[in-house]
Design a protein around this ligand. Structure first.
Ligand code: MLT
Length: 403
């Protein structure tokens, strides 16, 4: 008789954003006359910029010719994109990354989840709390998280990110093997400086640990003290994997393109993780479509860069409107300066889901309850700056009126 992976049965409820979407749908069906504004999942609203869509069109036309047709591409990504990434995202910042250390993929979410394939289930995993739920759920699916008891997984080490510690994690007291870090952070929206990241790199090197560094929001960094890559920290190539994405940077949430960096220096017991990841990708993944990789390449062109920066500036201005608008209404507000997310305390000691419901029912604004990101997120909600300017202003106006 076939057996299921019963780790799946240990997972509580559904994936956070599915639960939020389900609640929102139910409300909208019951109140078709109400105009609901979604400030929940970090999905972009601005169209892909012209320089990028032009490159896509051109690639589509190529595909219609015998000479320009592309079938299966390299599982690791086409050289034209890998070398652009190396040149523009790393070399330009003084970081030496080789093209064969870059693996193009269909999303940082997939990579953050799939990375577990190359690690033993015996590893002790540390996650921030609150945290992007993908890191936790995928470790639970793999059987690395133990059991879910009292809002926590028994085998995970939680690193609380609280008001008292500036929402930055502290190095765990017990020894850990794999550490997930995300800066600029999802969900809190805070960023870490080089000085704040260095102790993590030192810890990982001293203890043979691996840092899984999610840098999907680096394009939103506006503070020069904040590094865009973990590899700006000396020694990080020996101990860190970096995940990057075109989703929020260039409006690719529906188009799907991202990449993961696996430096050759990163070894466990003499085995390069690069070789294992390459083996995993070649077996389970057939590469990102040519047309999409051509679009991603165009993000780095002069026009593509200029135009995508305009979209990022637009979202950062939305973030400012949210931050200032909520602060004016008396909320304690965090994040949103180097990141598209704003983290805010619920009023009157309301629980996260309670305040989520109140905002949905009384202001028709959809947020994400902080508790959905982990126990330390209780008492907070997260808002995204990815909606339109008009909707963002309207949402803040409604929240101000409500409170
Ligand atoms: C979020 O809202 O946290 C992100 O959009 C989720 C994701 O990128 O998968």
């Amino acid at each position: 008789m076939a057996k299921i992976n019963d780790n799946f049965l240990k997972l509580p409820g559904s994936y956070l954003f599915s639960t939020v979407a389900k609640k929102t749908r139910a409300y909208m069906e019951a109140h078709p006359d109400k105009k609901v504004i979604k400030m929940s999942i970090g999905d972009v609203t601005r169209p892909i910029v012209p320089a990028v869509t032009e490159a896509m069109h051109k690639a589509v036309d190529e595909m219609a010719t015998a000479k320009g047709f592309h079938g299966y591409g390299p599982e690791q990504g086409y050289d034209f994109l890998r070398s652009k990434i190396v040149e523009k995202d790393y070399k330009a910042r003084g970081i030496n990354i080789a093209a064969d250390e870059v693996f193009v993929s269909d999303g940082a979410k997939s990579d953050c989840g799939n990375i577990g394939d190359i690690f033993s289930t015996d590893n002790k995993v540390a996650v921030c709390d609150p945290v992007y739920p993908v890191y936790v759920d995928t470790n639970a699916m793999a059987g690395r998280a133990g059991d879910f008891k009292g809002e926590r997984w028994t085998n995970l080490v939680y690193m609380p990110c609280l008001e008292e510690n500036g929402f930055l994690p502290e190095i765990p007291k017990e020894k850990v093997d794999i550490i997930y870090l995300c800066f600029p952070n999802n969900p809190i929206g805070v960023a870490a400086t080089k000085e704040q990241l260095k102790p993590w790199v030192d810890y990982a090197r001293e203890n043979g640990a691996v840092i899984l560094y999610d840098s999907a929001y680096e394009a939103f960094i506006s503070d020069t003290a904040v590094p865009h890559s973990i590899y700006e920290i000396e020694g990080a190539k020996e101990c860190a994997v970096e995940f990057r994405s075109f989703s929020k940077t260039a409006g690719f949430t529906g188009t799907r393109c991202a990449y993961t960096v696996m430096p050759h220096e990163l070894k466990i017991d003499g085995t390069e993780l690069n070789a294992l990841w390459n083996r995993r990708q070649c077996t389970k993944f057939n590469g990102v479509p040519y047309v999409i990789q051509k679009a991603a390449e165009a993000v780095y062109s002069e026009e593509g860069y200029k135009q995508t920066r305009e979209s990022i500036a637009y979202y950062l201005e939305n973030a400012r409107i949210i931050r200032e608008g909520l602060a004016k209404a008396g909320f304690a507000v965090y994040g949103g300066v180097n990141a598209p997310y704003i983290w805010t305390k619920t009023p009157d000691g309301l629980g996260s889901w309670e305040f989520f419901d109140k905002l949905l029912k009384n202001a028709q604004v959809v947020t994400t309850p902080g508790a959905g990101f982990g126990p330390s997120g209780e008492g907070y909600i997260r808002l995204t700056s990815f909606n339109t300017r008009e909707a963002t202003k309207e949402a803040i106006d409604r929240i101000q009126k409500l409170v």
